[in-house]
Design a protein around this ligand. Structure first.
Ligand code: FAD
Ligand code: DLZ
Ligand code: SF4
Length: 526
């Protein structure tokens, strides 16, 4: 029956809140009367299994949802919370909203747009499915709306993040001196290439021991999702806004000053370095991104953190994060199928097991398995880079990244993986592929010294696999990449190389590729 043929219900307004919308000031709650509203939170099977998320990721989301529901109730809201184990749980957002409509007879449903295209498609069908009117609010937790980003992108030849970021600086006034950037430069990335140093001693990020709510959820996850990737027992994520604020405060005082300098460094066994580890809290809605940037800005004006650190951190949030989200909505649904480099090789098994002699790769997979986290350069220049130069099919790599990180939602994972790491969008996001040999990893990490391979050995036994694969990648994609003036120079280097050396590179690459064992079925999807 269509909406127009029906009178809507006589009950309160129903406000469904999704698992990554855990924000008190959410647009669907703002200005609403508590005694006239039912807030609905839903643990549903479909969301927990559309890919087989890391066990810590499911525990984090369920625990944060349960804590958020309890806080809303304490504040006087009426909350209807459906647990995964409720016998009548319909298993999907639409099914659970339908059941809630029967329970509450709402006169209206108010929801904030979903982060993910897949979920948004389902929500957009609700006005035809339900008797009462459905209002879908823009998600104002982002600085730049989907429409604003579209306007910004329209008619531009290149969609470089840097220009978008300057707009966001102007819009917020963050690190601005009038209409000029603070310190005279928009971007201090040049100062952010510090190499790892033996004496680095970053203060560890706070760990949050599971409380009763998290422990109960961990039991549920172990029972229902024990076959999913990842270790569960060392769960230490912030699950409430108060904990997330504590984690943020510790970052701002203890690690922000060195964040910029060591942003690109990688150290074996050291998973956090000077990174904030705030992505899970920001993406869940526990921390406000702009507020977080303003607090970082205060550290600069108080003289407690240098400009390269503060600008670098702020750029990640109001620059990259907003830009990535804008690109997602600009490029979907096609981005999910994009494969400009026609990469078809299956994902190697070691992405799941960590069983490889490549020391960099093994360490990144270990961190991912144990903590549902790896930092940006590990994701981009080790895990993503290998997949790019080995020609792994983008959709398999995307599934992997969506499964394994506690901060992964498709809106942020997909552009980072498909466009930034794999260049599957043919350079709409990144002007050139982030392909690199072992020399880059060697210069930015302490991985190579104790590796069985050596980046100094260029081909044959004992050569770092990243070297031959790098050249194989460039030669394989020469017709497409040679025209790119940021890449063309490396082809001149190749052409000048001794022919025997070139043949050795290519033969080594073939051997490495032939030795990759494809992942067994069932890791990412059931
Ligand atoms: P910090 O290094 O402390 O950075 C501060 C904040 O900036 C982060 O918390 C995050 O909110 C934001 N940020 C930084 N870089 C990015 C970026 N490229 N895109 C969006 N936000 C950014 N981030 C996710 O949140 N979810 C993902 O699923 C995800 N997948 C990624 C996949 C690949 C291949 C790559 C290269 C990057 C991915 N990122 C993703 C971005 C980035 O790696 C993580 O946000 C970051 O590692 C989180 O750790 P942190 O909080 O310590 O970040
Ligand atoms: C990722 C996830 C998982 C594992 N489970 C749930 C859930 O049971 N209920 C819920 O509301 N959200 C969950 N999520 C997050 C959703 O997938 C997320 O809100 C959407 O991806 C946003 O579009
Ligand atoms: Fe990784 Fe190569 Fe270095 Fe080994 S030598 S750690 S494989 S970059």
């Amino acid at each position: 029956m269509s909406q127009s043929e029906n009178l809507s219900g006589a009950g309160p307004v129903l406000v469904p809140i999704l698992g990554d919308q855990l924000t008190r000031g959410l647009a669907s709650l703002a200005g609403r009367a508590k005694d006239d509203t039912v807030v609905l939170l839903m643990e549903v099977w479909d969301e927990a299994t559309y890919v087989k998320h890391h066990q810590q990721k499911i525990a984090l989301i369920f625990s944060a949802m349960r804590h958020f529901a309890a806080e809303l109730e304490q504040d006087g809201w009426t909350v209807d919370y459906t647990r995964l184990t409720d016998p009548d749980n319909a298993g999907s957002f639409t099914g659970e909203v339908a059941r809630a409509v029967e329970r509450h007879d709402p006169r209206e449903i108010d929801i904030v747009e979903a982060g993910e295209w897949r979920v948004q498609q389902a929500i957009e069908e609700w006005p035809d499915k339900f008797v009462c009117p459905v209002t879908i609010h823009p998600d104002d937790r982002f600085l730049c709306s989907i429409g604003e980003f579209r306007d910004w992108a329209e008619g531009r030849k290149t969609l470089q993040m840097e220009y978008f970021y300057r707009e966001m600086r102007r819009k917020t006034g963050i690190l601005m001196a009038g209409d000029q950037p603070e310190g005279g430069q928009w971007n201090y990335d040049y100062d952010n290439r510090g190499k790892p140093d033996k004496n680095l001693n970053p203060p560890p990020a706070p760990k949050f021991a599971p409380d009763a709510v998290t422990s109960e959820v961990m039991g549920l996850v172990a029972e229902r999702f024990g076959d999913h990737f990842g270790k569960l027992d060392n769960f230490a994520w912030p699950v409430t806004r108060a904990q997330a604020e504590q984690a943020r405060a510790a970052f701002l005082t203890e690690r922000l000053p060195d964040f910029g300098t060591y942003q690109d460094a990688m150290v074996h066994g050291s998973d956090d370095l000077y990174h904030s580890l705030l992505s899970t809290s920001i993406n869940l809605g526990l921390l406000d991104p702009v507020e977080t940037c303003k607090l970082a800005e205060e550290e600069y004006y108080a003289g407690r953190a240098p400009i390269n650190a503060v600008e670098g951190f702020i750029r990640q949030i109001i620059g990259w994060r907003e830009y990535i989200r804008g690109m997602y909505w600009l490029e979907m649904p096609g981005l999910r199928e994009a494969n400009a480099l026609e990469a078809v090789r299956p994902l190697p098994e070691f992405y799941w097991t960590g069983e490889t002699d490549m020391r960099c790769m093994a360490d990144c997979v270990r961190s991912t398995r144990d903590h549902a986290h790896a930092h940006h350069i590990q994701r981009l220049m080790v895990l993503g880079n290998f997949a790019l130069i080995a020609g792994i099919r983008p959709q398999e790599v995307e599934d992997w990244f969506l499964v394994v990180y506690a901060d992964a939602y498709e809106w942020v994972e997909l552009p980072n993986v498909a466009a930034m790491a794999l260049w599957a969008d043919k350079g709409r996001l990144a002007t050139k592929p982030y392909a690199a040999s072992g020399n880059y990893i060697n210069s930015m990490s302490d991985y190579c010294g104790k590796c069985v391979y050596s980046p100094a050995k260029k081909s044959g036994d004992g050569a770092c696999p990243f070297g031959p694969l790098y050249w194989n990648f460039l030669i394989r994609n020469r017709p497409l990449l040679e025209r790119n003036n940021r890449v063309s120079r490396v082809y001149s280097n190749w052409d000048r190389m001794d022919e025997t050396k070139r043949e050795e590179y290519l033969a080594s690459a073939e051997k490495i590729l032939a030795g990759l064992v494809p992942a067994s079925e069932g890791w990412a999807r059931g």
